[in-house]
Design a protein around this ligand. Structure first.
Ligand code: FPP
Length: 251
């Protein structure tokens, strides 16, 4: 094979049809710790770099007209990490929230937080409330940041709330269908992600969007999240666009 053949292949590998974008992309922000360790830096430096990458990718997703971007920033299991690492992630989230409150109206970006917010500090919860109130007035790209999120916990809380509604006579057990149950999930009202991207080299779902990713196309890359770029995003979308999605049918 000649070089031109491989060059062309490389080129088309990242070629995106912007008229056929997925509506919703989900990303597991993985590899921050290793990115920092490889540079002889503390893991927290990786999270800072990861937050910067998130800003850049979220802005780019807005620019190309993506409707929903959902990222996994902190899981229900991440509380097991060293105290200073958890604190740094919470400080980064606070900074991000403060900045978003000032800019989201101008940028027409809606920001939502998915997960169990009860475990967060009152200060963070108040900021989340402010962001939600601003988002209610906006129409642009929706960025969902999952914090204290777990897919199983999300399904369990949905089942609990449905049971409560049954007990209160608001619904009947027979009313439970896939469609009605979705209204009890954190993602109520959003389309399911068509594409799930996991940087950082691991190939697993790690309890992320278990219900919503039933038919998502998965894209795994060894690139660590802080190094993730718009070119890498293009590669992921282009790979998704080459897939034959059959949804259990024959295509
Ligand atoms: C996973 O990488 C990353 C996290 C658990 C935290 C992600 C948090 C941020 C990027 C900061 C705040 C986020 C926003 C959106 C403002 P890892 O630490 O498990 O990496 P490793 O596998 O290399 O150790």
């Amino acid at each position: 094979m000649n070089l031109a053949f491989w060059k062309k292949k490389e080129h088309t590998a990242g070629q995106v049809d912007f008229q056929r974008l997925p509506r919703h992309i989900a990303v597991i922000l993985d590899g921050n710790g290793r990115w920092a360790q490889r540079r002889g830096l503390p893991r927290t430096a990786g999270h800072k770099a990861g937050a910067e990458t998130f800003r850049a990718i979220a802005t780019y997703c807005r620019d190309i007209g993506l409707e929903y971007l959902t990222v996994y920033a902190f899981s229900t299991e991440n509380w097991k990490r060293p105290k200073d690492e958890v604190e740094t992630i919470m400080v980064l989230l606070k900074r991000y929230l403060l900045e978003a409150i000032d800019t989201m109206e101008r940028d027409n970006v809606r920001l939502r937080f998915l997960g169990d917010m009860q475990a967060l500090s009152q200060e963070l919860r108040d900021l989340v409330e402010q962001c939600n109130a601003i988002s209610d007035r906006l129409t642009g790209c929706q960025c969902n940041i999952c914090i204290n999120y777990g897919g199983r916990a999300e399904i369990a809380q949905g089942a609990r709330r449905f049971a409560e509604d049954c007990a209160a006579g608001v619904v009947k057990p027979d009313d439970l269908t896939e469609e009605t149950f979705e209204k009890y999930l954190y993602s109520a009202g959003m389309p399911s992600p068509e594409l799930l991207i996991r940087p950082g080299g691991e190939q697993r779902l790690s309890n992320f969007l278990l219900w919503q990713c039933a038919y998502a196309e998965f894209y795994f890359t060894d690139v660590l999240w802080p190094d993730f770029s718009k070119e890498e995003l293009h590669r992921a979308i282009a790979a998704y666009q080459r897939r034959n999605r059959r949804f259990g049918g024959v295509g």
